[in-house]
Design a protein around this ligand. Structure first.
Ligand SMILES: Cc1cc2nc3c(=O)[nH]c(=O)nc-3n(C[C@H](O)[C@H](O)[C@H](O)COP(=O)(O)O)c2cc1C
Length: 355
């Protein structure tokens, strides 16, 4: 993305006012200047990027991923040393130590906890809220959005299949139409495929309280992602960010969106070989399934941190095609805000010229 650096102080007050009005609820909920969440990205969303996003007026989210409670404690402490602004922690609900990780967040007085990777237990939501933090959950369908609100979720993220990483089957634009008109009780943040401020503003006009972006922040200068990983993003086109392919319905593959590379091609070969071994009676169903699941173990770290862009996983959303330069987090966020402003001011002048 090459967004010309903007100085939001020069923006027209009437449209700045319109933007402020559109995402006021999201800003109040998060306690930030711009209702833009930096979606948690395992290995990438650590102290440097999280603090940079929060310091730039957005809302950083630490990706706990598979961290132990001790590591999470250290990461939170280190992030607090780099920003006095609010940020959240993203916990994966199926983490075997979820309860201890919640304890760490509450002890550290984290203001917002994001629960990802499945529908969270109502008991976990309750405990986090009783501990004083707000809970943000992912809603993959309207019926689940309503259930999560009944379970006490304070806000929802709806994330479409354009997004990078683990994804659901439905696109952002369809989810937005299905969910935004019907959920008014809590703020809703839209994620997946957002790379410009005009699309961000249009989701706000549809009723979203803010947005969540991941892919666009990977190449931020403050991001610790390996240079090879960043180069793959800078080169990548939207059509290169594909979902993992499942060869046989008996052996489910978790859908993950990533840039195609040698590892994603040999994943097909690996599945073929495991399925052949199963069919020949050399491997039972369970062993075969485990071997397929283990193929990607540690793969994001290998690519994002070690720089092995052939053998690791290049998790990226389709919007990767708009990532064209490395920019500071501040430039990325200011650029989005300026584009949202321009979009809203064009709409305002069109409206005034015909009325
Ligand atoms: C490299 C990468 C790693 C991710 N890891 C996680 C994760 O650990 N937990 C999570 O809830 N979402 C994860 N996501 C999803 C992001 O938080 C965010 O919702 C998503 O990137 C938004 O869509 P976009 O990529 O189109 O901006 C990841 C995304 C990427 C690109």
């Amino acid at each position: 993305m090459d967004i010309s650096t903007s100085d939001t102080s020069t923006l027209d007050m009437s449209t700045l006012g319109r933007l402020a009005e559109l995402w006021q609820r999201g800003k109040d909920f998060l306690g930030v200047e711009h209702a833009i969440l930096g979606g948690a990205m395992s290995w990438v969303s650590e102290r440097n990027l999280v603090a940079a996003i929060s310091n730039a007026g957005g809302f950083g989210v630490i990706a706990c991923g598979s961290m132990t409670p001790d590591l999470l404690e250290d990461e939170i402490t280190a992030t607090k040393a780099m920003t006095s602004k609010p940020f959240a922690v993203n916990l994966i609900t199926m983490h075997p130590m979820i309860s201890e990780l919640i304890d760490v967040c509450l002890r550290q007085k984290i203001s917002h906890v994001v629960l990802a990777g499945g529908i969270p237990a109502a008991a976990d939501i309750k405990r986090i809220k009783e501990g004083g933090a707000k809970v943000i959950c992912f809603a993959p369908a309207l019926i689940l959005a309503k259930k999560l609100i009944r379970s006490g979720a304070d806000a929802l993220v709806i994330e479409g299949s354009e997004a990078g990483g683990h994804i659901g089957p439905v696109s952002t634009s369809v989810l937005a139409q299905e969910i935004l008109p019907h959920i008014k009780d809590v703020p809703v943040f839209v994620a997946g495929g957002i790379g410009r401020g005009d699309v961000m503003a249009s989701y706000l006009e549809m009723g979203a309280s803010g947005v969540q972006l991941g892919t666009l922040f990977v190449c931020a200068t403050e991001s610790i992602a390996h240079e090879n990983f960043k180069k793959a993003f800078l080169r990548g086109n939207s059509r290169d960010a594909i979902t993992s392919i499942q060869l046989d319905p008996r052996f489910p593959v978790i859908p993950v969106r990533a840039l195609k590379n040698k590892a994603s091609e040999s994943f097909l070969e690996a599945q073929r070989s495991v399925i052949a071994k199963h069919q020949a009676g050399h491997m039972d169903m369970k062993e075969a399934q485990l071997e397929i699941e283990h193929y990607w173990a540690g793969a994001l770290r290998r690519a994002a941190i070690d720089g092995d862009v052939d053998g690791g996983s290049l998790m990226a959303g389709q919007i990767v095609g708009l990532v064209k330069t490395q920019q500071s987090t501040q430039e990325i966020i200011d650029g989005l805000v300026k584009q949202a402003h321009d979009y809203l001011s064009d709409n305002l002048s069109d409206y005034l010229s015909v009325n």
